[in-house]
Design a protein around this ligand. Structure first.
Ligand code: 6PG
Length: 245
């Protein structure tokens, strides 16, 4: 049974520091046990401060960058230098500022002929990296996720076909008209739910009721909010910035 817990903070900076500390501890535990650490980064705006903190002391020194492998939970089908590109955000706040080997970073390639091709290539990349015959299937040691005001996570939006995907780990999908960059590539539940640990970073206005329902009324939440359908092999931790509420 997956362990679920909620950690509330009075401000975004307090939450971001707590997430940075959690990532450092989790990464070093993984490296101590298995010699490596894999993490899938979230897009959106909330994680930016955590990423900036990880690029500063003490975290830049504590993190085992040489043994860390970075992936992405979703991407907008725009060029890597586009303002909406999640890789660009992580690259600017974190990846260009820390001593991680560039070959340990696996962005979702959006410079291909179609969003379908982008999803197919990332699906193949993940399967080649994680699927081995001598161990039970799993994906990321840690996945960072956000929650939208409609209850989406990654680019798994309510009432979309991507929610029903059972085989592929990555699919292309279309975000609602109110979302930035409608053409998306996203991890699916089969990929997310094979992670050891999911960390939700919950900040920003308009999410109090959704997060409350997800945490307190799991049955109803699973009917409406994709974020409520996230499962993992070990634990799910909600880091909540109540200031934005
Ligand atoms: C994306 C993210 C998305 C995000 C939520 C919350 O590509 O947009 O993967 O799932 O985490 O929309 O975004 P904020 O952190 O900006 O509220």
């Amino acid at each position: 049974m997956v362990q679920r817990q909620v950690r509330e903070y009075a401000s975004n900076i307090e939450m971001s520091i707590a997430v940075a500390e959690f990532i450092c501890e989790y990464a070093n535990n993984c490296v101590g046990k298995q010699g490596s650490f894999t993490i899938a980064l979230s897009g959106g705006t909330t994680p930016a401060r955590t990423y900036s903190l990880l690029a500063q002391e003490p975290y830049i020194t504590i993190m085992p960058w040489e043994k860390t492998h970075v992936f992405f939970g979703d991407e907008r089908f725009v060029p890597p230098d586009h303002p909406d590109n999640n890789f660009r955000m992580a690259n600017e706040h974190l990846l260009t500022k820390v001593p991680i080997p560039r070959h340990n970073i696996f962005p979702i390639d959006t410079q291909v002929e179609s969003v379908q091709e982008s999803a197919k290539r990332y699906d193949n990349l993940l399967k080649e990296f994680f699927v081995s015959t001598d161990s039970k299937p799993m994906t990321f040691d840690l996945i960072l996720l956000g929650v939208g005001t409609d209850g989406h996570t990654a680019s798994l939006f309510p009432s979309t076909p991507a929610l029903k995907e059972k085989e592929r780990w990555v699919v292309n999908t279309c975000a609602p008209e109110y979302a930035a960059s409608r053409q998306r590539i996203t991890l699916t539940f089969p990929a997310i739910n094979l992670s050891r640990c999911a960390v939700f970073l919950c900040g920003g206005k308009g999410k109090k009721n959704i997060i409350g329902t997800i945490i307190n009324d799991e049955f109803d939440a699973k009917l409406h909010y994709p974020a409520a359908c996230v499962d993992t092999l070990d634990e799910i931790i909600w880091f909540v910035d109540t200031e934005g509420f």
